[in-house]
Design a protein around this ligand. Structure first.
Ligand code: HXC
Length: 509
C-alpha cells in the first residue's frame, strides 16, 4: 500500500514539476494553477481526485497524465460538489478525448448523486491535433449540461480563455463567473473577426469579463481577481440546494424577522417619478443585508438575486427605479425570466418588489422583440409553482403590473404599501386618452385636465382599490414588510402545485 501511495504522490508531483514552465506562466499572468484553484475553492483536504492516471492513448509514454484537467469531488462547507479544473499548463488546457471523458465522468456522477457541478475553465478550446474527437468531447459536455439543467445546480467559472464552442458550456450553466483581464469568451477570436469583417478588436473588447457582464449578459458575475471570485462561488453554493429534490439549506433563524424596519418608510419617495435604489429596500428586507445579485451590470433596470429572509433562501426580483425609471425592456425581461425559472426549478420561493411604470416604448424595442421577451417573463412566472409573494412598493401600471407576478398570473400573496398606484396607466396618460374630446372644447384645458386627473386618481388609483377587489391581499405599513414577507413564506412553505403532464412547455424563446 505504501508503494501505491508513493507512486500517486510521485505522479502528482511529476505532473506539476513536468509543467513548471506552464505553472510559472500562470503565476506571471496573475492566474493560479488548476490544483491551487481547487484547494482554494474546496474545504481543506476534501478533494478526491479521479482519473489522475488518465492520458491520451495516442500520445504514448510522453503523454502527460491528467490530460490537462483535474477532476473529482470535494466539499464546500461540508456539502459535496463535483468539480473539474482545466490545467492551462498542459496543452493550454485544450480539450481532447481523454480530457473530455473525464469531464463527462464527473458530470455523470454529479447528476447520479444529486450534487452541484462546478467547472473551472481555462482552455484554448478544442485540442486541434485531436480533430473531430475533440468536437465529439464537447458535444458530450453540452448534452450533459442540458441533462443536468434543473436537476443539479451548475456553476461555470471562467478563469482564462474559453474560445469557440467551448463557450457554450458556461452559457448553459446556471451561473457564469468571470475574472477581469484574464477571462475571455468568444465564438471566434480577434484574428478571425478581422479576417471576416475587417474589424480590429482586442481580446478584452471582444469577450472580456466586463463585456459579458454588462453588454451580452453571458457573465452572471464579474470579479477583479481569482481569490474573490472563488470565495463568492463558495458563498453562492451556501445558498443553493444540492439538487431539485432537496430544499435550499436553511440558516439558523436569525430571530429578528418580526422587527420593524423604519428605514423602509424613508427609502421610497412618495412622488411616483422620484428615483431611488431598490437595492436599499432589499438590504432592509433580507437577513444581514446579504444579497447575491446576479447580472448586476446588465439590464440594470431590474434587479435579481438570492438572499435569505428569516433563514430561508429566496429569489428576489425587483424593478429598479434608479435606472430607466425601472421600466421593463427586452433585456430586463430576459434577465428576470431566466432567474425566475432557475428559482422555480430549484424550489426557491420568489419575492417580487414592484415599482414599474410599464414596458419601454419605441421602435427599437418593438422591432427587436419586446413582445416576445416580455412574454418570456410572463411565461416564467406563470409556470412557477414555488411560493410567490408580490410586494407593490409604489406604482404598478399596465402589462408590466401583470407580468411582475400579479395575483392574476399566480402570485400566492400580494402585499401593497399605502403609496401603491395600480392602474392601466398613470392618471395623466389616462385622462388624455379618455377625455381627448372633452379637453379639446374646454375653456381652460389645463384646469380641466387637472380636475380630471384628480377625479381619476381618487376614483381608480387610491391605495385600497385593488385590495377591495381582492387583487391585493393586504395593504401594509412599509416598516412591517420584512415580517409580513417572512410570515407569508412560513405559511406557503408546504405549497404543492401539480400541473397537467406534458413533455415540456413551449416558452417563446
Ligand atoms: C492544442 C493548444 C490549443 C489548442 C493552445 N494550445 N490552444 N494546443 N489545441 N486549441 C497550446 C499552445 O500550442 C501552447 O503550447 C500552449 O497551449 C499555450 O498556448 P499559447 O498560445 O502559448 O498561450 P496564449 O498566448 O496565452 O494564448 C492562449 C490562446 C491561444 C488565446 C487560447 O493559445 C489560442 O488562440 N489557441 C487556439 C484557440 C482556438 O482557436 N481553439 C479552437 C477553438 S474552436 P506550447 O507547447 O507552445 O506551450 C473550438 C471548437 C469547439 O474550440 C467546438 C465545440 C462545439
Amino acid at each position: 500500500m505504501g508503494g501505491l501511495r508513493q507512486r500517486r504522490e510521485r505522479l502528482r508531483e511529476g505532473i506539476v514539476a513536468g509543467n513548471s514552465r506552464g505553472v510559472d506562466r500562470q503565476h506571471t499572468l496573475g492566474k493560479h494553477t488548476a490544483r491551487e484553484r481547487l484547494e482554494q475553492l474546496l474545504d481543506e483536504d476534501s478533494f478526491t481526485e479521479i482519473d489522475m492516471y488518465r492520458r491520451n492513448q495516442e500520445g504514448g509514454d510522453d503523454a502527460p497524465h491528467t490530460d490537462g484537467v483535474v477532476a473529482g469531488s470535494g466539499e464546500i462547507d461540508g456539502r459535496r460538489v463535483f468539480v473539474y479544473a482545466q490545467d492551462f499548463a498542459i496543452f493550454g488546457g485544450s480539450l481532447g478525448e481523454a480530457h473530455a471523458s473525464k469531464i463527462h465522468k464527473v458530470m455523470d456522477l454529479a447528476i447520479a448523486t444529486g450534487a452541484p457541478i462546478i467547472a473551472l475553465n481555462d482552455s484554448g478550446g478544442a485540442r486541434i491535433q485531436e480533430g473531430v474527437m475533440a468536437l465529439h468531447g464537447y458535444g458530450g459536455i453540452f448534452r450533459r449540461n442540458v441533462e443536468a439543467a434543473g436537476v443539479v445546480p451548475q456553476i461555470s467559472v471562467v478563469l482564462g480563455p474559453c474560445a469557440g464552442g467551448a463557450a457554450y458550456s458556461p452559457a448553459l450553466a446556471d451561473f457564469t463567473f468571470m475574472v477581469r483581464d484574464t477571462a475571455k469568451m468568444y465564438l471566434t477570436g480577434p484574428d478571425v473577426v478581422e479576417a471576416v469583417n475587417g474589424e480590429r478588436v482586442s481580446h478584452e473588447e471582444l469577450g472580456g469579463a466586463d463585456v459579458h457582464g454588462s453588454r451580452s449578459g453571458v457573465a452572471t458575475v464579474v470579479y477583479d481577481d481569482e481569490d474573490s471570485c472563488l470565495e463568492d462561488v463558495r458563498f453562492l453554493v451556501s445558498m443553493l440546494p444540492d439538487n431539485n429534490l432537496e430544499p435550499a439549506p436553511r440558516a439558523e433563524r436569525c430571530g429578528a424577522a418580526t422587527d420593524d424596519r423604519p428605514r423602509l418608510a424613508e427609502i421610497v419617495p412618495v412622488e411616483p417619478n422620484q428615483p431611488y435604489d431598490m437595492r436599499e429596500v432589499v438590504g432592509e428586507l433580507v437577513d444581514d443585508g446579504e444579497f447575491f445579485e446576479v447580472h448586476e451590470t446588465w439590464a440594470r433596470n431590474v434587479i435579481c438575486g438570492l438572499a435569505r429572509i428569516d433563514g430561508e433562501v429566496v429569489g428576489v426580483v425587483g424593478n429598479q427605479p434608479m435606472v430607466l425609471a425601472g421600466v421593463l425592456d427586452r433585456t430586463a425581461s430576459q434577465k428576470a425570466a431566466r432567474f425566475v425559472r432557475f428559482c422555480d426549478a430549484f424550489s426557491i420561493p420568489l419575492v417580487t418588489l414592484v415599482d414599474v411604470p410599464g414596458f419601454l416604448p419605441g421602435t427599437e424595442q418593438e422591432h427587436a422583440g419586446i413582445i416576445r421577451h416580455g412574454a418570456q417573463l410572463l411565461y416564467a412566472y406563470c409556470e412557477a409553482t414555488v411560493p410567490r409573494i408580490q410586494v407593490i412598493v409604489r406604482k404598478a401600471y399596465g402589462g408590466a403590473y401583470i407580468v411582475m407576478d400579479s395575483r392574476s398570473i399566480g402570485a400566492d400573496l400580494s402585499l401593497a404599501w399605502p403609496t401603491n398606484e395600480i392602474a392601466v396607466m398613470g392618471a395623466e396618460g389616462a385622462v388624455n386618452v379618455l377625455y381627448r374630446k372633452d379637453l379639446a372644447v374646454a375653456a381652460d384645458p389645463d384646469e380641466r385636465r387637472k380636475e380630471l386627473v384628480t377625479e381619476y386618481t381618487e376614483r381608480l388609483m387610491h391605495p385600497h382599490f385593488a385590495a377591495e377587489r381582492g387583487l391585493v391581499d393586504d395593504v401594509i405599513d412599509p416598516v412591517e414588510t420584512r415580517s409580513a414577507v417572512a410570515r407569508g413564506l412560513a405559511v406557503l412553505r408546504d405549497k404543492r402545485k401539480h400541473s397537467p403532464q406534458r413533455k415540456h412547455g413551449t416558452i417563446p424563446l
